[in-house]
Design a protein. Structure first.
Length: 343
């Protein structure tokens, strides 16, 4: 449904998009994620036709829409766009907001389309209200309905849940994705939240400085990231100093088998992969915190400059200054070859 090939967009000396290429199948949901300023919203706007591109091509549903001397106007791309601030017209009712992009349809068909989408989203009771009379979650649903009313072949959503409180955000996100999947829509969702990206997408695309760092399923990207940057983005990590000796890693946490590689490897361990043990590596408790259902221990280990972070759902009767032993699951250690760029 969506093919990007070498898409580049320059703003002066800054490459907002730098040779971006990816493919998205019909009915799939792709989540674009990354820190602010990485280019994800620019990419979304380029697909929508709100932003032009300098190089490369964008194809939607097999039809070129940007690049190679072609530029299809946004209103002719059959793409629904849901803005971060929802962009509802304050002087129009919910019904009129949804009908706004359907002016080319005969009146009877327009009314039927609006009625159908009101029912599909479950907001019939809101039809005659104005935006200022709606809660944040209701405004989000109206914005979704308006984006879906023209029956687009591709739906783009820019940070659609960021304006909602945490508890409401999870509920509305689940409802929205259920609607999108029930309709068989192909969708691209932008977020800066790593957890949200993993929860949303069939595919997750991580961006950094205008480039795609990594693309894959959320499960694969989290469990087996290809780069240090990806690992650190999706989870808090402990960095462990290591020497590589004949395919064996020598670390302050013990010896571990390692793949053949040159240079100094980068070794990362997630907080949940560390545990207190009856025997193992000697350590000392620096601090203990209760974070709801999660317990966090800060632990110092000789040979590691920064204290280790350990997290889990268990509770340990330890205090600052207590001597303990720690162990780590060898299968959960992440080993990356030396990065010539130094990341």
């Amino acid at each position: 449904m969506l093919v990007l090939s070498g898409v580049t967009r320059q703003f002066g000396y800054i490459a907002a998009l730098d040779d971006v290429s990816l493919e998205l199948g019909t009915g799939q949901v792709l989540c674009l994620v990354g820190h602010s300023g990485c280019g994800k919203s620019t990419l979304l706007r380029a697909v929508a036709g709100i932003e032009t591109i300098d190089h490369g091509t964008i194809t939607v549903g097999g039809t070129p829409v940007s690049g190679g001397g072609i530029f299809v106007e946004p209103e002719h791309r059959r793409i629904g766009f849901m803005f971060q601030d929802y962009a509802l017209f304050p002087h129009l009712t919910v019904r009129a907001n949804i009908a706004f992009g359907l002016d080319r349809l005969p009146r009877s068909e327009r009314l039927q389309r609006v009625g159908d989408i009101l029912g599909r989203i479950g907001i019939e009771a809101l039809a005659d209200r104005y935006p200022h009379m709606l809660s944040g979650g209701e405004q989000q649903r109206v914005a979704l309905a308006r984006a879906l009313a023209p029956q687009p072949r591709l739906l783009l959503m820019d940070e659609p849940f960021s304006n909602l409180d945490r508890g409401l955000r999870d509920k509305v996100r689940q409802e929205t994705l259920s609607i999108v999947r029930d309709l068989g829509m192909t969708a691209v969702v932008v977020t800066h939240d790593p957890e949200e990206a993993l929860a949303i997408g069939d595919m997750v695309a991580l961006m950094q400085k205008g480039r795609l760092v990594e693309v894959g399923s959320g499960e694969r990207i989290y469990d087996a990231p290809w780069s240090v940057y990806t690992a650190n983005f999706f989870s808090r990590m402990n960095t462990i100093p290591a020497r590589l000796l004949d395919n064996v890693l020598d670390t302050p946490l013990g010896l571990f088998a390692a793949p053949a590689m040159s240079g100094v490897p980068k070794v990362l361990v997630r907080p949940q992969s560390i545990r207190l043990a009856s025997t193992g590596v000697a350590a000392r408790i620096v601090h203990r915190s209760i974070l709801g259902e999660i317990e966090e221990l800060i632990i110092s280990v000789e040979g590691i400059d920064d204290p280790l972070i350990m997290r889990g759902t268990g509770r340990h009767d330890v205090r600052q200054g207590d001597d303990v032993f720690v162990a780590v699951n060898a299968d959960e250690i992440m080993i990356f070859p030396e990065d010539p760029k130094g990341s």
